[in-house]
Ligand binder design. Structure first.
Ligand SMILES: CCC/C=C/C(=O)SCCNC(=O)CCNC(=O)[C@H](O)C(C)(C)COP(=O)([O-])OP(=O)([O-])OC[C@H]1O[C@@H](n2cnc3c(N)ncnc32)[C@H](O)[C@@H]1OP(=O)([O-])[O-]
Length: 311
């Protein structure tokens, strides 16, 4: 049986009695990273040899107990769009792994090669009530906080298209390996008449620099794998069938660095943005809700959906 996860307080307690607990306790206190623990219960995982799987089937998790590397496979056909259920599952999964002391790294990928993730499920923001949109947005914020603020080595194995929310997931990781070929990645929100929030814009700036990010965000650019590599939006390319193996090799290199120093260094650079979102969470929800439910934006979303269907 695999047992978990009780929220931030319990993690602190568990760590305080473990070896090196004092250091980690200080780390948690200083950086307040990891789960933003509104969730009280998590789905049960069962151990089976060296693998275990999450109980929800839209996110499949396997973990190699020896290396501490978990692979998280998005499994929401046809295109892994991020609906409410998917956001909740991803967050639960990231938090489970975060709180699993034997886990050191996670690789995020798609169960269905050729599409990593098509971004937010557009139907979740089309002709929905303002309250629904607000709740949906908060689920996205919480999922992002748990991934971007993770102590683990986080690696995106981008085995297909990765527009908008797919790019958001990739940018929240520490390193990105993308499939070569005709696949695209980018923050194309403006093409739908949507505005990327400050925390997403900032991660894009942090990864590819101000000028390129500003331009890419304004025009909602989607880049091919080659161009994304050239811009630094992804770190490495591999043939699609090798993306997972290359990601595993890369993670193993990262795991040669002691966890504690690596994680503290990561948090030192990410804490300002994490704190900023935590502080401005409600303001960010209201902004997204008000902008997205405007009639003119709803019409743009409808047109975008029609274009997608007609493809
Ligand atoms: C504001 C800041 C944050 C983020 C914002 C966002 O993420 S906004 C999101 C911005 N995202 C985008 O702009 C990406 C839009 N998607 C794409 O460009 C392509 O689907 C693809 C390239 C990802 C995969 O191409 P492919 O040829 O493998 O697949 P296909 O195209 O044939 O699609 C299969 C079915 O899925 C449907 N569907 C697809 N995506 C979505 C979605 N997000 N939602 C809902 N449904 C979606 C599609 O209509 C079709 O339905 P049908 O007709 O079967 O009933």
């Amino acid at each position: 049986m695999y047992s978990f996860i009780l929220g931030n307080e319990s993690i602190k307690m568990a760590l305080s009695v473990s070896a090196g607990g004092r250091v980690w306790r200080k780390f948690f206190k200083t950086f307040n990273f990891g789960p933003n623990s509104a969730l009280k219960r998590f789905p049960t995982c069962t151990a089976n040899g060296r693998l275990y799987s999450s109980s929800s089937d839209n996110v499949l998790v396997s973990k190699d107990e020896k290396s501490g590397i978990a692979t998280v496979r998005m499994n929401n056909p046809p295109v892994n769009s991020l609906n409410s259920a998917m956001l909740v599952s991803l967050r639960s999964c990231f938090e489970e792994l975060e709180n699993d002391k034997s886990c050191r790294a996670l690789i995020l990928t798609s169960q269905k090669p050729k599409v990593f993730c098509a971004g937010l499920d557009i139907l979740e923001i089309y002709r929905k009530s303002p309250d629904y949109v607000a709740q949906f947005w908060e689920k996205l914020q919480d999922m992002w906080l748990s991934l971007y603020g993770s102590r683990l080595v986080t690696m995106a194995a981008i085995n297909g298209h990765s527009p908008a929310g797919g790019c958001l997931l990739s940018l929240a990781c520490d390193y990105r390996i993308m499939a070569e070929g005709k696949f695209t990645i980018g923050l194309n929100e403006t093409q739908l008449d949507l505005v990327a929030p400050f925390w997403l814009r900032q991660t894009m700036v942090d990864v590819i620099g101000y000028r390129q990010a500003e331009m890419a965000l304004m025009i909602g650019a989607l880049y091919t794998s080659n161009k994304a590599l050239q811009l630094g939006l992804v770190d490495k390319l591999a043939p699609i069938e090798d993306v997972q193996t290359v990601a595993e090799e890369e993670v193993k290199n990262w795991l040669k660095i002691p966890d504690q120093a690596r994680a503290i260094t990561k948090m030192a650079s990410r804490k300002p943005l994490l704190d900023e979102l935590r502080k401005r969470k409600q303001e960010d929800i209201q902004t997204f809700r008000d902008e997205t439910t405007r009639e003119s934006v709803q019409i743009s979303i409808q047109q975008y959906l029609e274009k997608l269907k007609a493809k």
